[in-house]
Write a new protein. Structure first.
Length: 101
């Protein structure tokens, strides 16, 4: 949780008028703080510790990978951090913990 809090851009608390919305941005800043959100997600999600570590790695790679074919840069903000981490956690849990038959 601390690593995510440290990487959040403080200058993105207000959205610019150019329409910099991405598909992960919410319409308003979530009222649920990030640290309790991650703790609740860990408790309710029932995934292993390694899945959450993998989710953090996936999120880090998403933010640093500039080879993505998109016109906008992916940036971690208060508008999208909850949704981005949830998507990375689902991906990590599916990759690490699903059984293949």
């Amino acid at each position: 949780a601390r690593a995510l809090l440290c990487t959040l851009s403080e200058n993105h608390a207000k959205r610019s008028s150019e329409g910099d919305a991405s598909i992960f941005n919410s319409t308003e800043i979530p009222l649920f703080p990030l640290a309790p959100y991650l703790q609740r997600l860990y408790k309710v999600f029932r995934a292993s510790d390694s899945a959450f570590v993998c989710a953090a790695v996936i999120l880090d790679r998403l933010l640093k990978d500039r080879r993505l074919d998109s016109s906008e840069d992916v940036e971690l903000t208060v508008w999208n951090v909850h949704r981005l981490f949830l998507a990375c956690a689902v991906l990590a849990a599916k990759y690490n913990e699903d059984r293949c038959w």
